[in-house]
Design a protein around this ligand. Structure first.
Ligand code: AMP
Length: 285
């Protein structure tokens, strides 16, 4: 069963009457198989899954694509219903606020500030305030929905770590689960922003996944190969389309890898104004 809820008041009432344990999947809509993989996993484990569709103004900078971000609620609901047909005994509550005031009522003046390195580097250093906006909306949705478990894509790896830190620091009783990146057959990670690309740019975008897989091969799970990989990265970065391509500790995002057991390769490749994110994790010994 799929129930669509458009107001916070309605959401609170429905949630208050919910006895079962609850999973939650937050999204900004324009759904694709990446989003659905999170919903599928949640439905496999839980009787009731709350699924939010909200383009959160607080996580976009003034020059970013908030206004043109694709809003496709009718198509999104059809995709969710197609999954509902696979899970006939389960309940999906789609929270699609009809306007931003449902989330941030007039006079709302609270914000979560994410302090520390994980939020100020990489995406955080390019998109100032982005992770504060993400943490603020996720925290607000957590408060309203009170899930036992919430699902995030590893596609946004730094975001996943920021949310894990928030839950730990604020002692929120919520399990945060990261789900693998879903890709096209070509290797391109699915993203709502892929539709901004021309067909030539789509081909060019494959540089991103191909490159991180090449670096993964150089590392070959061995710590002693990291310097060779770093050297190769210096060469690759001569192409100015890279916003960054870095190897960091997979848990702390530190640059010092001397104690690391797992590293992450984090990359953003930019085609015109479209920033494409990708990453992978490698266990090293
Ligand atoms: P978004 O709507 O882009 O904010 O994404 C909502 C959730 O879906 C986030 O947790 C994303 O990391 C996740 N997600 C987006 N794209 C993918 C993908 N290709 N594979 C897996 N998860 C994804």
């Amino acid at each position: 069963m799929v129930l669509v809820v458009e107001t916070t008041q309605n959401l609170i009432e429905i949630r208050q009457n919910e006895k079962a344990s609850i999973a939650f999947v937050p999204t900004m809509g324009n759904l694709h198989q990446g989003h659905l993989s999170l919903l599928r996993e949640a439905l496999t484990k839980f009787e009731v899954v709350y699924f939010s569709i909200f383009v959160n103004p607080k996580q976009f900078g003034p020059k970013e694509d908030f206004n043109r971000y694709p809003r496709t609620l009718v198509d999104d609901l059809n995709l969710i219903k197609s999954l509902d047909a696979e899970f006939t005994t389960k309940k999906i509550i789609v929270f699609a606020p009809k306007n931003p005031e449902e989330i941030y009522p007039p006079g709302f003046n609270h914000s979560i500030s994410v302090l520390g390195d994980v939020s100020n580097i990489l995406e955080g250093s390019i998109r100032h305030g982005h992770f504060d906006g993400v943490a603020t909306v996720v925290h607000r949705l957590f408060e309203l929905i009170k899930p036992q478990e919430a699902y995030f894509g590893l596609k946004d790896y730094q975001q996943f770590l920021v949310i894990k830190h928030m839950v730990k620091d604020l002692a929120l009783p919520i399990i945060i689960t990261g789900m693998p990146i879903i890709r096209e057959d070509s290797g391109l990670a699915l993203s709502s922003r892929n539709q901004y690309l021309s067909s030539e740019e789509r081909t060019e975008a494959l540089t991103l996944s191909k490159t991180i897989w090449r670096i993964e091969k150089i590392i070959n799970r061995k710590k002693e190969n990291l310097p060779k990989a770093q050297e190769e990265i210096i060469n690759i970065l001569k192409d100015e389309k890279w916003n960054y391509l870095e190897i960091r500790d997979a848990d702390t995002l530190n640059q010092d890898l001397s104690q690391s057991k797992r590293v992450t390769l984090l990359a953003v490749y930019q085609l015109r104004s479209t920033r494409l994110l990708d990453n992978l994790q490698v266990t090293i010994s």
